[in-house]
Design a protein. Structure first.
Ligand SMILES: [Mg+2]
Length: 226
């Protein structure tokens, strides 16, 4: 097991850095915001709470919540324009610094492609570097389910995406940054996990992560020291 010093070394010399999105790159949870916007915020929040402690798979929990929200194409577009996701302080600077160093940056999210792409554009990450779930709609814009074949629709999906990136781009050192247990579980295959508690602190992650931060400035400093 790598020590904190070794993890910092990996971060400084990474080939790629992957960020979780909900409660990491943005302040909120995308699906909760979508639920609120569609008028079923409380019911979905209750479902999330129940799912967290239980043995429900990620896909089953997502199916149940989306079945309740049933977002139309128009509602998703309206959410993005009227209630855009709020960026976490320092994320823009951190991504820009990583790019300057020639490090590739990816967003890996259990949230939805259209919303995450909007976030990516704001932090100058190419949309080809976004891995997220895809909502499906009928011709008239009504909700038609989601693409169940995406790796991010499964439990353990973030790790699968990282393995795929390592294979495709021959990355040696990949860093995963996020607030949640599913982010921590993506390491390995990620070589370093950085727990992020700037928006919400997940007790289990804070206790288990060797490297835990509450502001992105801590990572900016890490990149400036040498
Ligand atoms: Mg998250």
């Amino acid at each position: 097991m790598a020590s904190l010093l070794e993890l910092k070394e990996i971060f400084r010399n990474a080939d790629a850095v992957c960020f979780d999105v909900d409660s990491t790159v943005i302040k909120e949870e995308g699906i909760d915001e979508l639920a609120k916007f569609c008028g079923v915020g409380d019911a979905v929040a209750e479902m999330t709470r129940r799912a967290m402690g239980g043995s429900v798979t990620f896909k089953a929990a997502l199916t149940a919540r989306l079945g309740l929200i049933r977002p139309s194409w128009e509602q998703v577009q309206k959410l993005i324009s009227e209630h855009p996701p709020q960026l976490t302080p320092g994320i823009r600077e951190l991504v820009s610094r990583l790019h300057q160093r020639g490090i590739q940056v990816f967003l890996i999210s259990g949230g939805f492609q259209s919303i995450v792409e909007h976030v990516a554009l704001q932090v100058n990450i190419p949309t080809t570097n976004v891995f997220a779930n895809r909502l499906k709609f009928y011709f008239n814009g009504e909700y038609a389910g989601f693409d169940e074949t995406q790796p991010t629709a499964e439990s353990g999906g973030k790790g699968k995406v990282i393995s795929h990136l390592k294979e495709q781009f021959h990355f040696k050192k990949v860093v995963m940054i996020g607030d949640g247990a599913t982010d921590m579980e993506a390491c390995p295959p990620a070589d370093c996990f950085i727990g992020f508690g700037g928006n919400v602190i997940r007790k289990q992650v804070k206790e288990k992560a060797k490297w835990y931060i509450t502001h992105f400035d801590e990572l900016l400093k890490e990149l400036e020291e040498r």
